[in-house]
Design a protein around this ligand. Structure first.
Ligand code: HEC
Length: 162
């Protein structure tokens, strides 16, 4: 009798180890596959309305409240002037570097606009990227230089406005 009991115990223990291992395996596989979980939000307020996003992009493009230099994106890029169709990442002279679209948005946010860089997952970043994508043109004209300066982005206040 004790021998049978011992055997049974052994089988039980071995089986339980295997069962536990198989659960760990499944958990590990789910970790490896990010698509196994349902939704992984990138921000608190998801954007679902593309028309509203487009309107937000147009509004931000014309807003001088984005930075502190008194300029808007549209001051230098009226109707998307200077936005070239050639896809990012690409070389841009002003930063003298190859940059992504988001990096260029923040470059202009920080330098000519004298504002804070936008967060990677902000609605503003998405809205401006939308505006740029829609308004980029083949053979785009150069950005406007609102102050007639040699380098509109080198000075603290590109337009001498308050
Ligand atoms: C004071 C003028 C000025 C303001 C304001 C300005 N930019 Fe620019 N931006 C430029 C200039 C000049 C260039 C061209 C740089 C070059 O080619 O060397 C440029 C280039 C760009 C480009 C790259 C275009 C391309 O396809 O080559 C993007 C994108 C851009 N700006 C976005 C923005 C955004 C977004 C804002 C507002 C947050 C903004 N800019 C505000 C002057 C400005």
């Amino acid at each position: 009798m004790p021998v049978i009991c011992g055997k049974f115990l052994k089988v039980f223990l071995v089986a339980s180890v295997f069962i536990t291992l198989s659960f760990i395996d499944v958990a590990a596989a789910e970790d490896k596959n990010p698509c196994a979980s349902k939704n992984i939000p990138i921000r608190k307020n998801a954007i679902k309305d593309s028309v509203a996003l487009k309107e937000m992009g147009i509004k931000l493009w014309g807003s001088t409240a984005m930075g502190t230099s008194g300029t808007a994106c549209g001051t230098c890029h009226p109707d998307g002037a200077g936005l070239k169709k050639e896809p990012f990442p690409k070389y841009i002279k002003m930063p003298d570097d190859i940059v992504t679209m988001d990096q260029m948005i923040n470059f202009c946010m920080v330098n000519p606009m004298k504002g804070k860089p936008l967060k990677w997952n902000s609605q503003e970043m998405t809205a401006l990227a939308g505006y740029i994508t829609v308004n980029a043109k083949d053979g785009a004209t150069a950005p406007v230089n609102p102050c007639g300066m040699k380098n509109p982005c080198a000075s603290k206040n590109p337009c001498g406005m308050k």
